[in-house]
Write a protein that binds this ligand. Structure first.
Ligand SMILES: Cc1cc2nc3c(=O)[nH]c(=O)nc-3n(C[C@H](O)[C@H](O)[C@H](O)COP(=O)(O)O)c2cc1C
Length: 200
């Protein structure tokens, strides 16, 4: 499947086939591709909790207004991000360049984020959005379907997955096999409203 077809055919799936399953190898393959998603300074803030445990899924579902995608999906990805990733040995994000460049970049990273709490959070959210869409398109390329979700109690979900203090929960991406055809797409606002040439 080419990229444009994957974008055009991806839908937010509300009902998955509960009998369809994915094994750990499938999930690792999916995330190995998706984690090529870009991130500022290559910091790769994303930490992806893959939930398949039935009891935990049930608890998460209760924190998500019992939306059926949570328990019907083959895997629920709770997309988290490490807001402090910028200061955790930033050299390792540039381990494949020469040492001088590596040191320069690590110093740039520290100078850019130090003391800027809002920016640290914003970057974590940006990285999460990019990996979310990349997971959904990778899933499509693997013949799978998905649903992005944020209709849940973030605090409760954080407790259920034992979220570290310096991380945030950004959203869910439920992945599985669609059970039937999705409803027609919602209306898309016109190109003229979305695409602005040069300035507002
Ligand atoms: C950040 C975000 C949160 C969403 N939360 C939910 C959700 O909690 N439950 C749900 O059924 N769909 C959710 N959706 C799916 C949207 O409703 C859907 O993407 C939108 O209506 C467009 O439909 P399409 O993705 O099929 O084109 C969410 C989408 C995004 C991007």
């Amino acid at each position: 499947m080419d990229v444009i077809e994957a974008i055009q055919t991806r839908r937010a799936i509300k009902s998955f086939d509960p009998e369809f399953s994915l094994n750990r190898q499938d999930i690792e393959q999916l995330i190995s591709v998706a984690k090529l998603a870009p991130s500022a300074f290559n910091i790769q803030h994303y930490r992806i909790v893959a939930v398949q445990d039935k009891e935990l899924l049930q608890q998460i579902s209760e924190a998500a207004n019992n939306q059926p995608q949570v328990t019907q999906s083959s895997v629920l990805f709770v997309l988290c991000a490490d807001m402090q990733a910028w200061k955790k040995e930033p050299e390792r994000y540039w381990s494949h360049v020469d040492e001088k460049t590596q040191q320069n970049l690590a110093n740039m990273i520290r100078n850019f984020y130090d003391g800027r709490d809002q920016l640290q959070r914003d970057e974590a959210i940006r990285s999460s959005g990019l990996i979310a869409q990349t997971i959904m398109l990778t899933a499509k390329g693997m013949g799978l379907d998905s649903c992005p979700m944020d209709g849940f109690d973030f605090e409760k979900v954080g407790q259920l997955i034992k979220l570290p203090e310096d991380h945030l929960v950004a959203m869910f991406v439920a992945v599985g096999k669609a059970d039937g055809e999705p409803k027609p797409r919602g209306g898309k606002i016109p190109l003229e409203e979305v695409l602005i040439w040069d300035q507002f």
